[in-house]
Ligand binder design. Structure first.
Ligand SMILES: C[S@@+](CC[C@H](N)C(=O)[O-])C[C@H]1O[C@@H](n2cnc3c(N)ncnc32)[C@H](O)[C@@H]1O
Length: 286
């Protein structure tokens, strides 16, 4: 059974699809993950003999990969609730964010380790109304309680097997055509109505964790998926591809399937139903 890493993050596959992914990734040693997210797919595929190279523009996944998955022990600077005035205090990116929560987040973002910021990132998401990252919905004791809970949780995810090479960067600026991967796992941002959820809702999260110094999150609108997938397929080499998609997004699954079939053949197709939508998984060969 694969374990699903949980950190209050949106998107990404659920247990059955990760199980399927883990099975299909068997035998692959060099794996490319262009859109890492919080690494659920990476962890499902990681084995002692795998080298998994991944990318994500958000600082939060970087903190999780470095501070949790690749760490051999917990490295933390946080010993209680402390405050400083930084980006969150000055800018108040969330509606109803109070001084103390802002000050605590700034203190951890400035003084915390990657492990601490991985815990803060999760506690922040869970401290917004319904985890939607718009309205703040917490006092500092609740925020700190969630931080501590995630600290305990993350302690069980250290030392992941194999080698993880993670880049806090835009995959389209890398396009590693020279690398001979065995497998590429593609779980792109999905365009819901007119935008992806990451550039829309994680902008403030990114700014707080990096104190305003993070990479601008790439915006995906209705014009992005087709050229981006063309670039991705043309800019990478690997005989096997796992492609994850969902229903109720733009372009729809049938159109996306037609597009990927221009580059590869479908060997297997799966659908998983959960919370009112379908997750689709394709195993492709080229
Ligand atoms: C659907 S999520 C991936 C979830 C992932 N499969 C997991 O297991 O957690 C898509 C991710 O792509 C990232 N992203 C969007 N545009 C990107 C780009 N140009 N380069 C790298 N990452 C990008 C987003 O920040 C987001 O974390």
């Amino acid at each position: 059974m694969v374990q699903v890493y949980r950190a209050g993050f949106v998107g990404g596959a659920v247990e059955e699809s990760l199980e399927w992914m883990s099975e299909k990734a068997q035998g692959a040693h060099n794996i490319c993950v262009p859109f890492a997210g919080i690494g659920r797919a990476t962890i499902a595929m990681a084995r002692p003999d795998t080298v998994i190279e991944s990318w994500d523009t958000m600082h939060y996944p970087g903190c999780i990969y470095r501070g949790v998955f690749s760490a051999s022990e917990i490295d933390s600077n946080v010993d209680g609730i402390r405050y400083t005035k930084g980006w969150a205090f000055e800018n108040r990116g969330y509606k109803h964010l109070d001084d103390r929560c802002a000050g605590f987040m700034d203190w951890v973002a400035v003084n915390g380790t990657d492990f601490d910021k991985a815990c803060l990132g999760s506690a922040m998401i869970r401290s917004t109304l319904m985890g939607r990252m718009m309205h703040w919905h917490s006092n500092v004791e609740q925020l700190y309680g969630r931080f501590e809970k995630q600290r305990e949780y993350n302690a069980d995810w250290l030392n992941q097997p194999g080698r993880l090479i993670h880049h806090e960067a835009n995959f389209f600026e890398a396009l590693p055509l020279e690398k001979d991967y065995d497998l590429i796992e593609i779980d792109p941002p999905k365009v819901v109505s007119y935008s992806d959820v990451y550039s829309l809702h994680f902008k403030v999260h990114q700014q707080v964790l990096t104190q305003g110094k993070g990479i601008a999150l790439p915006k995906w609108n209705r014009r992005s998926p087709v050229p981006n997938m063309r670039k991705l397929f043309a800019g990478t080499k690997a005989p096997k591809i796992i492609f994850m998609y969902v229903s109720k997004v733009y372009p729809d699954y049938e159109d996306m399937k037609k597009l990927v079939q221009q580059f590869a053949e479908i060997e297997e197709e799966q659908e998983f139903f959960h919370s009112g939508r379908y997750d689709y998984a394709l195993l492709l060969r080229r």
